[in-house]
Ligand binder design. Sequence first.
Ligand code: NI
Length: 169
Amino acid sequence: MADLNIEIYGSPVLRQKAEPVQNIDGKVQKIIRDMFDTLHKNSGLGLAANQVGILQRVVVLTNPNTGEVMALINPEWKEIEPEKEIGEEGCLSVPGIFSKVNRFRKIQVTAQNVQGKQFNFSAESLFARIIQHEVDHLNGILFIDRLSPTRRFVLASKLSRISSNGDHE
Ligand code: NI
């Protein structure tokens, strides 16, 4: 079992855009297995490769409706309906902070699986929220970026403490 080190808020890799995966080879499959282990050990709902210092478009997550874990390689999504929904989010890279975020309620997702096969599915509510949160990571975006300026102001000192305690340079 590999338990990868989780990058904490303040780490530059969380602010970088991950690259599309070109070849889904043994190396990528190993990364995904290690990410599954890391997700379980930290009791997370989702984990993006940036969070373990790897700039590739890979996400692992738990489908909250079935409890199944899945890997999404090169995931993309678009909203099915314009409606958004507010729900509480946290992030393994921003420990101790939970806040309400507005996200699309219902989305259509396209990704590749570990065999490289393209698949599509729709997701709603919490499942849709997790996917939007994780794909944001691949684009260098954190959920705290989506909070109101007032809420961010309230969290500012907590965030700077997390950033200075993280084991990054
Ligand atoms: Ni996160």
